[in-house]
Design a protein around this ligand. Structure first.
Ligand SMILES: CCC1=C(C)/C(=C/C2=NC(=C\c3[nH]c(/C=C4\NC(=O)[C@H](C)[C@H]4CC)c(C)c3CCC(=O)O)/C(CCC(=O)O)=C2C)NC1=O
Length: 184
């Protein structure tokens, strides 16, 4: 598992050079508090995000909870909610570390094959991940939609700067895209 610092050291070592991209590391340190706010925005809303994403996935395809569907019976429904929670958790780890390797190595490695073996429909999982990607962007920007959240609307109130944290939204989105690419 790597993070922004260890990755720079590994890259420098591989080319037997001193660590070169100090500008990138400085930017990582400078944005540290914003990064922690972004991680907190996701982690603090995780159970709501997961249940909403899986419910949305099922609303769009209710065959999943009928006999023969992969969220039927309750044992599989529980496994599905757990998997969505696992994926979201590893995305937040990657965002915290500023590096995707923890997500790749400990969550995505072999997941597509596991799903194929168990008959878990990857297209449906991808749909739930797409919903979590949109939710995460809204929470990092601290602009959850009133229309979608209803009574559960929750504003974190952390300061949001620079185009509503566009770079952290883009980085988090890239980790969700990694999950989607791996399962597609
Ligand atoms: C740490 C990383 C890690 C991951 C990622 C992980 C995933 C994972 N998901 C599994 C099962 C499963 N995953 C799902 C998920 C779904 N079914 C659907 O229809 C939806 C599309 C989707 C939810 C979005 C289901 C239903 C099962 C159980 C399948 C079965 O037993 O038939 C299994 C098989 C073993 C088990 O049931 O616990 C693994 C290993 N386990 C891990 O340790």
């Amino acid at each position: 598992m790597l993070d922004a610092f260890s990755k720079a050291v590994v890259a420098a070592d591989a080319s037997t050079n001193p660590v070169a991209d100090m500008a990138d590391l400085k930017a990582f340190v400078d944005s540290g508090n914003r990064r922690l706010d972004a991680v907190n925005a996701i982690a603090s809303n995780a159970s709501c995000m997961v249940s909403d994403a899986v419910a949305g996935m099922i609303c769009e395809n209710d065959g999943l909870i009928k006999a023969g569907g992969n969220c039927y019976p309750n044992r599989r429904m529980a496994a599905c909610l757990r998997d969505a929670e696992i994926i979201l958790r590893y995305v937040t780890y990657a965002l915290l570390a500023g590096d995707a390797s923890v997500l790749d190595d400990r969550c995505l490695n072999g997941l597509k094959e596991t799903y194929a073996a168990l008959g878990v429909p990857s297209t449906s999982t991808v749909r739930a991940v797409q919903i979590m990607k949109a939710q995460a962007a809204a929470h990092i920007k601290d602009q959850p939609s009133e229309a979608r959240a209803g009574a559960k609307l929750r504003i974190m109130g952390a300061p949001v700067v620079d185009d509503r944290c566009a770079s952290l939204v883009a980085e988090a989105s890239s980790y969700f895209d990694r999950v989607i690419a791996q399962l597609s």
